[in-house]
Design a protein around this ligand. Structure first.
Ligand SMILES: O=C(O)CCC(=O)C(=O)O
Length: 264
């Protein structure tokens, strides 16, 4: 069932992202935020996976104010996150932008940017982390707090998804993936100003990043990555525990052989 207007669909096609309101009810959002906060509290922050620490490896230390705290695959920590993946409004919107009703999960994650100095994400494409043959992969970025340039909100280069994969400067310099920051600076990118509960869907080819959190409150987000069931990963990729979970439609490509159950 479609959800987006023809104008919204065109906006997504032209720009590679779209900001959507009212996909998630206040009741569901509050429940998610409650369990999100409990999860982050439950996990000793020292032992949590740190998704992005900037160039200084010392920032990996748990007490570093620069660290972004990350948890992957939250649906394995509390059922509320798995339920969120079946949100019909979200899946309706995904159907519209992905142009398929057969939608699989790749993974989910949460980034908690601490107040004051939570690190920035340099401009990057998600593509090099998990390239797919048909480029069907999209992210759904759910804002659990209002976001803007001051508190570490998203910045995007509208239309950059049409340029295909860009030079992966991050890989040349180290372990992460990011594009040439001089060619794609923050100050020429478009800030995505979002309210609590707003959702941004964007292509994995869209060049995007986010600024440090300079506000006095944390900036929380939940992100899920989805692909079309008939798309295939290119090359060896890091295994994701929830990978291939069908959230809507049918997977006609799925092999029934037990030996192939980890393939999409
Ligand atoms: O959490 C953020 O601010 C940015 C996350 C992001 O860009 C990503 O995970 O690809």
């Amino acid at each position: 069932m479609g959800r987006l207007t023809p104008e919204q669909k065109k906006f997504y096609k032209d720009n590679g992202y779209i900001l959507l309101k009212n996909l998630i009810s206040e009741k569901e959002l509050s429940r998610v935020i409650d369990e999100y906060d409990k999860l982050f509290k439950r996990k000793n922050q020292e032992t949590m996976e740190n998704s992005w620490v900037g160039k200084n490896e010392d920032n990996r230390k748990s007490d570093s104010p620069y660290t972004v705290k990350g948890v992957h695959n939250l649906q394995h920590h509390h059922s509320v996150f798995g339920k969120l993946l079946y949100n019909d409004n979200m899946l309706d919107a995904l159907e519209d932008v992905m142009e398929t009703e057969n939608i699989i999960l790749h993974h989910t994650k949460a980034h908690y940017k601490p107040p004051g100095k939570g690190a920035a994400y340099p401009m990057h494409q998600d593509y090099p982390y998990f390239p797919y043959e048909k480029d069907s992969m999209v992210a759904v970025f759910i804002h659990l707090d209002p976001a803007n340039p001051e508190n570490g909100g998203l910045f995007v280069y509208p239309g950059s998804h049409k340029l295909g994969p860009q030079e992966d400067v991050g890989k040349l310099e180290g372990n992460f993936h990011y594009v040439d920051q001089k060619k794609w600076p923050y100050d020429k990118a478009t800030p995505v100003i979002a309210e609590r509960g707003d959702v941004v869907i964007f292509s994995y080819l869209l060049i995007h990043g986010s600024t440090p959190n300079l506000s006095d409150k944390p900036r929380r987000m939940f992100l899920a990555q989805f692909a079309s069931a008939d798309d295939k990963p290119i090359g060896e990729q890091r295994q994701q525990p929830g990978y291939g979970w069908l959230l809507r439609g049918v997977n006609l490509e799925k092999d029934a052989a037990t030996s192939k159950q980890y393939e999409s």
